[in-house]
Ligand binder design. Structure first.
Ligand code: ZN
Length: 131
């Protein structure tokens, strides 16, 4: 199977996805809302409706945040031993805030990875576009 590959490197595609930019042109936006992927790029028209990110970005964020928050909670408890009510009030807020911040870039990377690899219809759209 001879798949047409994007002209830029995987790193470029993923970096564009991390910034929420179109992996094809790097100028338009992948998203039409915070976590809603646009049907197509608003600059070059590259179609994004093929993506199947599903819950994968959330799994990645949970994995990353778990590795950040658990050591922070343990460090805080070991060194400062604050009252438990502070833990109850602080860490859920931190977890939700960091999740909110991280979800869009991670979802952008997942969509850009699918685009770069030609998964879920991106390859067929690329072949159609290139003729
Ligand atoms: Zn574009």
């Amino acid at each position: 199977m001879n798949m047409p590959v994007p002209e830029q490197s995987l790193g470029t595609s993923l970096a564009r996805g991390w910034r929420g930019k179109c992996p094809a042109c790097g100028d338009g936006s992948i998203f039409r809302a915070h976590l809603k992927v646009a049907d197509a790029c608003n600059k070059c028209g590259e179609e994004f409706h093929h993506h199947r990110a599903d819950d994968f970005p959330a799994y990645i964020v949970i994995l990353i945040l778990g590795h950040i928050l658990v050591p922070l909670v343990m460090f805080t408890e070991k060194n400062f031993a604050p009252p438990y009510i502070l833990h109850v009030l602080l860490w859920p807020v931190v977890a939700v805030a960091l999740s909110w911040v991280m979800l869009q870039p991670v979802k952008g990377v997942v969509v850009a990875l699918q685009w770069h690899m030609g998964l879920h219809g991106f390859d067929a759209a690329r072949k159609k576009r290139l003729g």
